[in-house]
Write a protein that binds this ligand. Sequence first.
Ligand code: SAM
Ligand code: CA
Length: 220
Amino acid sequence: MANKCTYLTEELYNYLLAASVRPHAVLEELRQRTMELSMGHMQISPEQGQFMSLLIKLMRGKRTLEIGVFTGYSTLAVALALPEDGKIIACDVNKEWTDIAQEYWKKANVTHKIKLHLAPADHTLKQLIADGELEQFDFAFIDADKLSNDKYYELCLQLLKPGGLIMLDNVFMHYGVLKNDKADEVCEAIRQINLKLLHDVRVDISMLPMGDGVTLARKR
Ligand code: SAM
Ligand code: CA
C-alpha cells in the first residue's frame, strides 16, 4: 500500500508547531519545568495537548478520566478546556511528579476541576464503578503503565457514556510495534490492544500519527 501520510521532518514539525499551537503561559511553563526532569520526555507534545482541548470542547465534555498524570500537562490541557463545573478524575501513583502537577494546576486556576487519586489507577476506576459511576464520563485519556492498557481500556469503557471517547496514547511505542519481538512485553501488549481495538465492535476507532501514535475509540 502506498504511504499516504506526510512524513514529518523536523523542519515540517517545527512549522506545524509555529503555525498551529497557541501557547498557554502556564502550559508552556510546565513544559519547560518538566523537560528539566530525566523523565521529561514522558509528557505529551504541545499539539497533542491542544488537540485534546479541541476534542473536549467539540464534545462539550464535562467529566473526564486521566490515567497517568505525571507532571500534569495533559490534565491541565483538558482542565483548561472544561467548563467551570467540569471535573477530571486524575489517577497516578507518584507523589513527587504529581506535586509538580498540582503546583501548575493552581497557577492556572483549575484545581477545582481536578480530583487527584494517588493510587493504582485500576483501584480508582473500580471504586468509581462500585460508587455507581457507570456511564457517567465523556472522555478518558489512557497514558500510564502500558502493560495495564487492556485493563484500563475495559474499565474506562464501562465508565464512559455511549458516545464518550477514549484516547489511548503511545500506540506506536516508538516504532516498537513494528518489531515482532514477543519477549518485549510492553510492545507486545501495545500490539495486542491495537489488534483488539481494530476488531472491537463496541467502539468506532481512528489511529492517528500524532506524537507517538494515538488511537481514538468512541463508545457506541
Ligand atoms: N499524561 C502525562 C503527560 O502528558 O504529561 C504523562 C503520563 S506518564 C507517560 C505515565 C504516568 O503513569 C507516570 O506518571 C506514572 O507514575 C503513572 N503510573 C504508572 N503506573 C501507574 C498505575 N498503576 N496507576 C496510575 N498511574 C500509574
Ligand atoms: Ca504518553
